[in-house]
Write a protein that binds this ligand. Sequence first.
Ligand code: ADP
Ligand code: ASP
Ligand code: MG
Length: 426
Amino acid sequence: MARIVMKFGGTSMAGTERIRRVANIVRKQQARGHEVAVVVSAMAGETDRLVNFCREANALYDPAEYDVVVASGEQVTSGLLALTLQSLGCQARSWLGWQMPINTIEAHAKARIDSIDADALIASMERGEIAVIPGFQGLSGEGRLTTLGRGGSDTSAVAVAAAIGADRCDIYTDVDGVYTTDPRIVAKARKQTAVTYEEMLELASVGAKVLQTRSVGLAMKEGVRVQVLSSFVGDDAVPADEYPGTMIVSEEEMNALVEKGDMERQHVTGIAHDKNEAKVILTRVPDKPGAVAHIFEPLAAASINVDMIIQNVGRDKGETDVTFTVPQADLARAQALLEDKRDDIGYNRLITDSKVAKISVVGVGMKSHAGVASTMFKALADRAINIQAITTSEIKVSVLIDEDETELAVRVLHTAYGLDAADEAA
Ligand code: ADP
Ligand code: ASP
Ligand code: MG
């Protein structure tokens, strides 16, 4: 017997028929003798619909009231799943974020989980009840509802798994694992048996939305075993206990898998894309100490994350151009702040462009293998794809390109690094 958290995403919960399918997967897992807690997302598209209502009601919406509205999507699906499980003869009940409670800190709309009181939940599971928990929801120190940021149900699931000491956290979604890149863009993407926490963290943070970045960080910190697998399977599917999906593993486990011949280590594990960044160019900034600080201080004070930065070679007259990226959602605020500080910074023109995409290649193998970046630049150059900015970390290289070239770039790189499924068969 094991204690297992099962999380189902929006597409898995989209409508009563799909919820019935989910209920059957949950019932089967319990019938194998496990204690189960289920974390659910809102129905696909529902959170977007609710966010739009908030915008329509008040463009400058109060994040605390936004949370009240958007958290409702998960309340509906958790109740519906509990009802459906009961109709199948299971004992089940919902546990809303404020009931457990899942205590959060920091801001509304992007709250972080601080602690979870799981005693009552564990007692209920031990009595044979299936606990159904709406993802995404929490409770603030002031006793108000909070939400964990888009995609936050993954983090709810991992946090619950840590709090109840679960043996595993299974994240059920609409693909059957973590692929070498988004399988909806590259048909030849390959499913991975395992990915390390470190690589998954980096992949998620550069746009592979299959897991929310925070959920991976939390799993790594708490040592939660996470599996990504599909809920769109038939009755004859391989049971989750036999790992049909992708396991997120430690570096040591990965080395053991490689030694056993279950995994082949590539220099590049995956390729991700992100269309949610925007580029800002400030021209003719004074080329002197302190100039760059003047640009980024106000952005940092406004909690705007700057990602890629390029300072061009100085021009003749002690001036330089500075290019950087910010999240598209923060572009208007960033622009207003920079215009406000124009005299302090002393730039000539402020140019913005939202039609950009960040393409990243990730792999632990980069630590010991040179040439990954040059392969990227060459492959993109061969297709005349222009690189507008570059950043690197120990296990990642990212480039900024024209948004229209996203799909082409991802495909070209997937082939260039020998990741195409056909290559494996050859
Ligand atoms: P859920 O609603 O279940 O949380 P998401 O839409 O958040 O599902 O995440 C699943 C999606 O992530 C897939 O449909 C796929 O298009 C996308 N995705 C992006 N990169 C990858 C990748 N490397 N492997 C698998 N899926 C990926
Ligand atoms: N429903 C929320 C969202 O769409 C949380 C989640 O599904 O993970 O962002
Ligand atoms: Mg998701």
